[in-house]
Design a protein around this ligand. Structure first.
Ligand SMILES: Cc1cc2nc3c(=O)[nH]c(=O)nc-3n(C[C@H](O)[C@H](O)[C@H](O)COP(=O)(O)OP(=O)(O)OC[C@H]3O[C@@H](n4cnc5c(N)ncnc54)[C@H](O)[C@@H]3O)c2cc1C
Length: 228
C-alpha cells in the first residue's frame, strides 16, 4: 500500500540495504513497473515525490477527461472502472492509481523526491530528503510533462495580453471576460477551447495539416501563421 513515509512493506527503506531495483516516480509507469517487479519477487521500492500516486492528474484543469476510452486505460492486472467507450475524468484516473497501489500493496514511498542519482560500484544511490536509497538497478519513471513549454513568440506579446499555460488553467473563471486565442491543437488545446467557447469567442491555433480530435467543437480553428 502507498505510504506517507515510513518503511514500506516488502522492500527496504533508506539505509544500508542494497535493493534489487529503485523505481523513481509512482504514477502510471512507476506503478505498472512495480506490479511486474512484485511478480518477479524482487526487492524494490517506488520513490514518489507527491502526496499520492496520481497527484499529477488532480493538478490538471477541472473538466479534463481522458482522450483514451476506459478500455485502454488499465494498468496490468486491474481493469479500469467504467463502461467501454466512455472517457474517464482526471479524478477517476487519480482514484484508480491510488486503488491500484493499494490493491497490490505496492511499496510506494510518498513525499520522497529524489534529488540526486549517483552511480556507485554496486549500482546506484538515490538521495532524497528522507534518506539515501541504494539499488543494483534504477527505473526512472518521472514522466514526460514536468516542464510546461511556452513558445518564444509569447514573450513578444504586449503585457496587456493575459497569458496562461494549460498547466495553470483550471476553468473559464480563471480568465477575464473577452475573446481567447488557444494556441496548440493537441487534446489539451481542443478540450480547453471547447470549454471556453461555451461562453465567449474562441480561436484555436493549430499547426498545418493537424487533424481534429474527439473534442473538436465550437471553437473556430486557424492553422499555421494565419491567426486572423
Ligand atoms: C493534460 C494532459 C492530458 C493527458 N491525457 C491523456 C489521456 O487522455 N490518455 C493518455 O493515455 N495519456 C494522457 N496524457 C499523457 C499521460 O499523462 C502521460 O503519458 C502519463 O502520465 C505518463 O505517465 P508517467 O508515469 O510516465 O508520468 P507521470 O504521470 O507524469 O508521473 C511521473 C511521476 O513521477 C513523480 N516524480 C517526478 N520527479 C520525481 C522525483 N525527482 N522524485 C520522485 N518522484 C518524482 C511525479 O510526482 C509523478 O507522480 C495526458 C497528459 C497531459 C499533460
Amino acid at each position: 500500500m502507498a505510504r506517507h513515509g515510513g518503511k514500506p512493506a516488502g522492500a527496504s527503506g533508506a539505509g544500508d540495504e542494497l535493493l534489487d531495483v529503485l523505481v523513481i516516480g509512482g504514477s502510471q509507469a512507476g506503478l505498472a513497473i512495480a506490479w511486474h517487479l512484485t511478480r518477479q519477487h524482487l526487492r524494490f521500492v517506488v520513490l514518489e515525490a507527491g502526496p499520492e500516486p496520481g497527484h499529477v492528474w488532480r493538478s490538471r484543469w477541472d473538466s479534463l477527461t481522458l482522450f483514451t476510452p476506459a478500455q485502454y486505460d488499465a494498468l496490468p492486472g486491474m481493469p479500469f472502472p467504467g463502461p467501454p467507450d466512455t472517457y474517464p475524468t482526471k479524478e477517476s484516473v487519480a482514484g484508480y492509481l491510488n486503488a491500484y497501489a493499494a490493491e497490490f500493496d505496492l511499496p510506494v514511498r510518498l513525499n520522497t523526491r529524489v534529488t540526486a542519482l549517483i552511480r556507485t560500484a554496486e549500482g546506484f544511490e538515490a538521495r532524497t530528503d528522507d534518506g539515501v536509497f541504494r539499488a543494483r538497478q534504477v527505473v526512472v519513471a518521472t514522466g514526460p510533462f514536468q516542464v510546461p513549454y511556452v513558445p518564444p513568440a509569447a514573450q513578444r506579446l504586449d503585457s496587456s495580453v493575459i497569458q496562461l499555460h494549460s498547466a495553470g488553467y483550471r476553468n473559464p473563471e480563471a480568465l477575464p471576460p473577452g475573446p481567447v486565442l488557444v494556441v496548440g491543437g493537441g487534446n489539451s488545446g481542443f478540450q480547453i477551447a471547447e470549454e471556453l467557447a461555451a461562453t465567449r469567442q474562441v480561436d484555436l491555433s493549430i499547426p498545418p495539416k493537424r487533424r481534429c480530435c474527439r473534442n473538436g467543437g465550437r471553437a473556430r480553428t486557424c492553422s499555421g501563421g494565419s491567426l486572423g
